[in-house]
Design a protein around this ligand. Structure first.
Ligand code: PHE
Length: 468
C-alpha cells in the first residue's frame, strides 16, 4: 500500500523498493536502455518519412531540447527525491488530498503504458518473424515490390500476425513472471552496445549506396513548407515516446539513483544518445529508400520493407539480418518490461494484488489490446476512428495525447508546486565539474523551461495539432 507521507520529504528517509544502481554508468545504461528501442529504429524513420524528413528532424531536435530534457530532469527530481514510483510519489510530496489531482499523471501514464504495450508487441512480433525469415529463406533476390507484398501478406494474415504478437508477449510474460528483469537488464547492457555497433556498420553500408545523396538531403535538409501543426505535434509525440517520457517510467527508474548521480548530465546524455540512435537509423534507411525505389511515407511498414532490401544486397546479409532483428527484439523487450512494470506496480502497491496475479492481469490486458492491434492490418482494418485504425489510434492517443499531457503536468508540478529548494538541491547534487555560478544558471534555465516554456509549448502544439 502507498505510504501516507505528507509535506516536503527529505531525501534521506527513503523507502527503496529494490536497492540502488551500483554505478553511475549503470544508471545511464539502464535509462538509455529504456529509451532506446523500436521508437528510435522503427518509429523515428517512418514518422520522419511522413513528416517531410529534415523538417521533422529539426522539430524533433527542438522538442527534445526545450521540452524533453527539462521534463526528463523533472521526472528524475520527483523519483530520486521521493524514492517512490509514479503512482505514490505525488502523494508522498503533497499529501493524500492534493496528491489525488496529481495522481492523474499516474492514471494517464497507466493508460498510455497499456496502449503502447498493445501496438509495441505487434511490431516486436514482426521483428521476431523477420529474424526467423532472415535465418530461413532470407531476403536475397527480392525487389521493392516483393518486399512490399511480403509485408502486406504477413501483417494481414490473422494467424501469423496474432501468432507472432503472442509469441513476443509470452516472452515478456516469462521475464516478468520469473522476476528476471535484472538479468535482462544486465544482458541488455552487453547487447545494446552491439546493436549500436551493427547500426554503425549499416550506416557505412548505406553511405555507399547510389541513393545516398538524395537520402541524406531528405533527412537533413529541412523543407519548411512541410511544417504543419500536425507535423509539429508528431515531432513532439516522437520526443516523448522515444525518451519514455510522460508516463512516470523515469520517476520509477530514478527512485533507484544514488545521490551522487548528476541529474542534468544524465538527462542530457540520455537525450543525446537517444537522438543519435534515431538519426543513425535515418541514415541507414533513407539512402536505401531512394536507392531501391521505395516510398518514404510508407508508415509503420517502412523499416520492415527497407531493411530487408539492404540485407538482401549485403555480403553476409543473412547473418546481419538475423542478428539485427534479434537484437531489435531484445531492445523491445527491455522497453516492454519497463512499460509492464507501470501497471504491475500499480496493481501490487495500490490495489494490494499479489505480484503473480498482477503479472497475469497485465498479460491478459496486453493480449486483448495486442490482438486488436495485430488484426487491424487485416480483418478489422475497417474499424476506424477519425480514419485511424486501432493500431494507429493507440499510437496517436498514447504518444500525441497522453504522454505530452502527462509531461505537462509533471513539468507544472516541479516548476510551480515543488519547493525551489528541493529542485535546486536535486539538480546540483553530484555535479563536480561545474562552478556554483554555472550550476545556478543551469538550474534557473531548467526551472524557467519547466514553469513556462514546456507547459506553454505543449499546450499550443497540442491544441493546434489536434484541430489541424
Ligand atoms: N522509449 C521506448 C522506445 O523508444 C518506448 C517506451 C515508451 C518505453 C514508453 C517505455 C515507456 O522504444
Amino acid at each position: 500500500m502507498a505510504q501516507r507521507n505528507g509535506g516536503g520529504k527529505r531525501g534521506d528517509g527513503k523507502m527503496r523498493g529494490g536497492g540502488q544502481f551500483a554505478t553511475r554508468m549503470g544508471v545511464v545504461a539502464v535509462t538509455v536502455g529504456s529509451a532506446v528501442g523500436l521508437g528510435n529504429i522503427w518509429r523515428f524513420p517512418f514518422e520522419a518519412g511522413a513528416g517531410g524528413g529534415g523538417a521533422f528532424l529539426l522539430l524533433n531536435v527542438i522538442m527534445v531540447l526545450v521540452v524533453g530534457v527539462p521534463v526528463v530532469c523533472a521526472e528524475f527530481i520527483i523519483g530520486r527525491h521521493t524514492g517512490a514510483s509514479a503512482t505514490s510519489a505525488f502523494r508522498k510530496l503533497v499529501g493524500e488530498r492534493r496528491g489525488r489531482i496529481w495522481g492523474l499523471v499516474g492514471a494517464s501514464g497507466l493508460l498510455a503504458s497499456v496502449l503502447i504495450l498493445g501496438f509495441y508487441s505487434v511490431v516486436a512480433g514482426w521483428t521476431l518473424e523477420y529474424a526467423v525469415t532472415a535465418a530461413g529463406e532470407g531476403f536475397g533476390g527480392k525487389n521493392a515490390a516483393d518486399l512490399h507484398e511480403r509485408f502486406g501478406a504477413m501483417s494481414a494474415d490473422p494467424l501469423r500476425a496474432v501468432g507472432w504478437t503472442l509469441a513476443f508477449l509470452v516472452i515478456n510474460y516469462a521475464v516478468l513472471r520469473r522476476g528476471v528483469e535484472k538479468g535482462i537488464e544486465r544482458m541488455a547492457n552487453v547487447l545494446m552496445p552491439l546493436l549500436f555497433l551493427i547500426l554503425a556498420a549499416f550506416c557505412v553500408n548505406s553511405l555507399l549506396l547510389p541513393g545516398t545523396g538524395e537520402g541524406l538531403r531528405f533527412l537533413f535538409e529541412p523543407d519548411f513548407s512541410k511544417i504543419t501543426p500536425r507535423v509539429v505535434l508528431s515531432a513532439m509525440g516522437q520526443a516523448f515516446f522515444s525518451l519514455s517520457l510522460g508516463l512516470g517510467c523515469l520517476i520509477t527508474y530514478s527512485s533507484y539513483f544514488p545521490k551522487n548521480v548528476p541529474l542534468v548530465r544524465t538527462a542530457s546524455m540520455t537525450a543525446g544518445l537517444d537522438l543519435l540512435v534515431a538519426v543513425m537509423a535515418g541514415v541507414v534507411i533513407f539512402p536505401a529508400v531512394f536507392t531501391f525505389g521505395q516510398e518514404v511515407a510508407a508508415g509503420p511498414r517502412l523499416v520492415f520493407e527497407v531493411l530487408p532490401s539492404i540485407f538482401g544486397g549485403m555480403p553476409g546479409g543473412r547473418v546481419w539480418g538475423v542478428l539485427f532483428f534479434l537484437l531489435l527484439a531484445m531492445a523491445s523487450l527491455t522497453s516492454t518490461v519497463s512499460m509492464s512494470e507501470i501497471s504491475i506496480a500499480w496493481l501490487t502497491r495500490e490495489k494490494g494484488m499479489s505480484r503473480r496475479k498482477a503479472v497475469n492481469v497485465n498479460m491478459a490486458v496486453a493480449t486483448v489490446l495486442g490482438v486488436m492491434c495485430a488484426l487491424s492490418f487485416g480483418c478489422i482494418n475497417g474499424w476506424r476512428v477519425c480514419d485511424l485504425t486501432v493500431f494507429e489510434l493507440f499510437d496517436f492517443v498514447a504518444s500525441n495525447v497522453l504522454l505530452p499531457l502527462g509531461g505537462m503536468m509533471i513539468s507544472v508540478f516541479v516548476g510551480w508546486v515543488l519547493s525551489r529548494g528541493v529542485v535546486r538541491s536535486e539538480l546540483i547534487q553530484g555535479t563536480v565539474h561545474r562552478s556554483g555560478k554555472q550550476m545556478g544558471c543551469v538550474v534557473s534555465a531548467i526551472v524557467f523551461c519547466l514553469r513556462w516554456v514546456a507547459p506553454v509549448c505543449i499546450a499550443i502544439v497540442f491544441v493546434a495539432g489536434l484541430i489541424d
